[in-house]
Design a protein around this ligand. Structure first.
Ligand code: B12
Ligand code: SF4
Length: 503
């Protein structure tokens, strides 16, 4: 038999189970062609036993796992390895951001047979057909990376991005047979039943630190406004969803699409959130931002990255983003009642220790300025974790500074690398422990003084207590040893950490 098992390793520990869009879309690509099952690690107490039960039937030939960096590796690596040991006839295929960007280490392991680099909509069914019928040579399958008979890694040509409206519909009903769809729509600050939806691939920019760039290389393609709206409307009618989180890397790339979409969403009682760029949205006119707000746009996530223009240049942000614009745009969004959610990347490499520390201090001061112009701004702080865009200046710089990725796939399971993936502890040689402490302690104090608005569980009283307790630290930049705040955040508030949990 040639059944396929599609696996979404556990990515959520907080009970917010998002629709596993990666494997759902891969499922769509083979729907009606092959029999396939979904196993969602987020919805299983013991996903391995479910996988094992399926494989023991002898009906399966393919195991496909989506893999992003971080906690998903904790199931993806050991399970794929166990499958090789216990069911050696199964062909293991990985896709997703980790697999695409770290394909060498995946294929050098003895248990990952194929990697799909970026979109799998055509590549996956083509690979299966090639393996089943041995007609098409593997070298011709775009977006496929594999090892040839000589053991050489072959990275095939990248496919032109497909017309997203012509892709097969997502098989929500099929997913519902395995896991009740209703439980994927969870409560957020946006609504009671929030849908996670992905409406475009890639991004037209080439920021030097971003994992999207090596895969999409400045390409972007989105579904039409009408297509997105139709999908959302269907799920509102069938499941009562009242909010949408857009998981696109850059939802706002096409202004025309956003305006059309916002018009369609007017008076539908659905609130929404998405990720965009400050310079892109700052070009939107006031009436367009107003329309977005009226259509239910409550908050937008932006990569502000740094308050230093030279640093922004080094990050190759492209476009026109500047420190002045980051501030003025935070102020501008306030009048439309849309909350800017700004993420900053601290701890970029520099020529010497003093420069790196000075930059961290400057970024901290800048973040405080942002809070002054618009206190509602949500701040997310990441410590810089390099992405290997081989050949880029930044990559050269970090390699010269002594940074190296693990050489064996299982080394990624080391807790230090997990922290690296979560952009918490970067393992980068230019950051001293004192710098990492400063970044993390500042974040603790900031979160106490300005608690996040997207954590609806935190009460007004709790916010007030935290603010009072952290006021002196925040005002006078006393960030060291904030144990009292850390303890309260952990045990009393059970504080949501978007930077770890993912938005
Ligand atoms: C939703 C999401 C999450 C969810 C979990 C999703 C899940 N699977 O359960 C949550 C919020 C938990 C999450 C967390 C994290 N995430 Co996340 N996440 C995303 C996001 C926004 C969407 C993923 C998605 O559903 N895409 C839609 C699908 C359709 O696209 P796709 O995954 O690319 O799938 C296509 C292809 O890649 C391929 N494919 C994918 N899988 C497979 C499998 C097989 C077998 C095949 C054949 C093909 C294939 O085919 C698909 C269809 O064409 C992406 C960004 C993005 N826009 O994709 C970031 C992203 C993947 N996350 C990222 C990161 C870093 C994280 C975190 C590790 C850290 C963080 N701070 O955010 C945390 C980890 C925490 C944790 N507990 O795991 C980064 C990865 C960067 C990198 N260096 O590789 C991304 C790219 C965001 C970014 N731009 O930085 N994330
Ligand atoms: S704009 Fe965002 S998604 Fe696009 S390349 Fe830069 S960081 Fe990546």
């Amino acid at each position: 038999m040639d059944k396929i098992l599609l696996f979404n390793p556990r990515s959520s520990t907080n009970g917010r189970y998002r629709v596993p869009n990666s494997i759902l879309q891969v499922g769509a690509s083979v729907h009606g062609l092959y029999d396939y099952v979904f196993v969602d690690g987020n919805r299983e107490d013991d996903p391995w036993s479910t996988i094992e039960d399926y494989l023991k039937t002898g009906e399966f030939k393919y195991f496909g796992s989506t893999v992003m960096p971080g906690p998903q590796l904790k199931q993806a690596i050991p399970y794929t390895k166990k499958i090789r040991a216990l069911f050696p006839e199964i062909i293991n295929i990985w896709g997703g951001y980790f697999a695409s960007n770290q394909y060498k280490v995946c294929l050098d392991s003895p248990f990952v047979d194929f990697v799909i680099n970026g979109p799998g909509d055509k590549a996956f069914p083509r690979l299966l057909k090639a393996l089943e019928q041995q007609e098409e040579p593997l070298e011709q399958i775009e977006n496929l990376i594999f090892k040839n008979d000589k053991g050489e890694i072959i990275k095939n040509r990248i496919e032109t991005l497909l017309n997203q409206d012509l892709l097969p519909r997502l098989p929500y009903e099929h997913l519902d047979k395995f896991y009740s769809l209703d439980q994927y729509f969870f409560k957020t600050f946006l609504g009671k039943k929030t849908l996670g939806y992905h409406s475009s691939f890639g991004c037209p920019f080439t920021c030097s630190f971003c994992a999207v760039v090596p895969i999409y290389n400045a390409r972007w393609k989105g579904k039409s406004a009408q297509g997105i709206f139709d999908d959302i409307k269907k799920l509102k009618d069938s499941h009562g969803i009242d909010a949408v989180e857009f998981h696109d890397n850059n939802f706002f790339t096409s202004r025309k699409r956003v305006v059309e979409f916002a018009n369609l969403m007017l008076n539908k009682g659905i609130e929404w959130w998405g990720e965009g760029r400050i310079d892109t949205l700052d070009q939107y006119k006031d009436d367009e931002l107003e329309l977005m707000s009226e259509s239910g746009c409550r908050m937008i996530f932006f990569g502000a990255e740094s308050g230093d223009d030279d640093m922004l240049k080094q990050m190759d942000k492209g476009g026109k983003q500047s420190a002045a614009q980051i501030l003025s745009f935070a102020k501008r969004l306030k009048q439309f009642n849309i909350v800017p959610e700004y993420s900053f990347v601290l701890g970029f490499p520099g020529p010497d220790e003093q420069t790196v520390m000075r930059q961290i201090d400057k970024d901290i001061a800048f973040i405080k300025k942002v809070k002054e112009v618009n206190p509602d701004t949500e701040i997310i702080i990441y410590t810089y974790s390099p992405v290997p865009t081989e050949g880029s200046d930044l990559y050269e710089q970090i390699t010269k500074a002594g940074f190296q990725f693990p050489e064996a796939l299982e080394d990624w399971l080391n807790p230090a690398w997990e922290n690296f993936d979560l952009r918490k502890n970067p393992l980068t040689p230019w950051l001293t422990p004192a710098m990492v402490d400063k970044i993390q302690n500042f974040e603790t104090v900031l979160n106490a003084y300005h608690p996040t608005a997207s954590d609806f569980k935190v009460t007004k009283v709790q916010k007030q207590v935290m603010r009072t307790l952290s006021a002196i630290r925040y005002k006078w930049n006393i960030f060291r040893y904030p144990y009292e705040l850390k303890a309260l955040q952990k045990f009393w508030l059970q504080y949501r950490q978007p930077e770890i949990e993912g938005f």
